[in-house]
Ligand binder design. Sequence first.
Ligand code: PMP
Length: 394
Amino acid sequence: MFEHLNTLPQDPILGLMKSFREDSRTDKVDLGVGVYRDEAGHTPIMAAVQSAQQRLLETEATKAYIGPAGAEGFNHLISQLILGAGHPALNDQRVNTVQTPGGCGALRMAAEFLRLCKPDATVWVSTPTWANHIPLLGGAGLTIREYPYLDTATLSVDFDAMMAALELADAGDVVLLHGCCHNPSGADLSPDQWTAVTDLIERKGLLPFIDIAYQGLGEGLDQDAHGVRLMAERLPEVIVASSCSKNFGLYRERTGALMLIAANAQQGRAATSQLLSAIRSHYSMPPAHGAAVVELILDTPALTQAWHHELDAMCRRIIELRSAFSEALAPAGDFSFIERQRGMFSFLGINPQQVKILRDEFGIYMLDSSRINIAGLSANTLSRVAHALQEVLG
Ligand code: PMP
């Protein structure tokens, strides 16, 4: 059975991580992989997470199964975090949330659910989008179409092109949107643009599917959820895939949520029963630990406050790095877009050849697309990276 299989090429990010590890230069800089880093280049366990884990260790009484929807308490609290307590969709019982294995699990199960709703469903994704969106959604059998999103000359949202493309979508098509901190570009929709997209989706009878993997790392927990909250209030049906990997730093614990917002409670119950059945036939139920940690944090005021404080500091660090980096780059050209963008990622807008020179000659690692992880910079490395870039741009 195996003998006709070819070895696949290595995943580019994993390949980049390996080359970085093997590079013996002491001043090397990793701007590749998408994890938050502190000033010292570490991805620490957040203090609130450490406290919650400690308490769980002392109080957890069983490891018995939890069921396909995961922990009810987590589902309730994460819905409030995303939508804001007292959101009309919550009050009207239109929201059904299940715990998933990370944001990837949420995206994939959303795709499986969409295929049950409409076997020939088409999902429109932004160009560019996070590379994993394509296999996660396409792998479930959905048809993928692309809408232009980024003006590659200015590295800002090409909103007119986006809207013109979405005008071509058919009723019942699904539109994948990044809730905040667009990966890979860092270019987000403004509140007015969210309103205009909501109008278009409503007028054309499309279904919004929002991936929010960086809530709290763009401008703040509430600001970053603006688009989700708006659509959940104005539109009858919305799908939201969320992740606790970045904002709780729980990456390897695989903690996320999938929210189905339905026109009414009865349709929501029916939809959720279908989703739960799909989950059963995929992984049966999600891992418990990360969601138990999040639930305890969100259910304990002192821990919630500590978490807010730490998340806020991470968010501010990214914003400050963005402005310091675009300032340091001023002699090399106009990089002011970096300051205007949000979240962990931006493109530098250089070509793969220039990316290679930065890697080979300066030990500065980034994806071939020139996407950098802003949090991979520090006060120490920032000017070195800026100078190297200036030299490469000549
Ligand atoms: N969506 C986007 C846009 C992401 O960048 C990521 C993580 N890199 C995810 C979803 C999923 O994250 P995870 O499965 O690790 O929670």
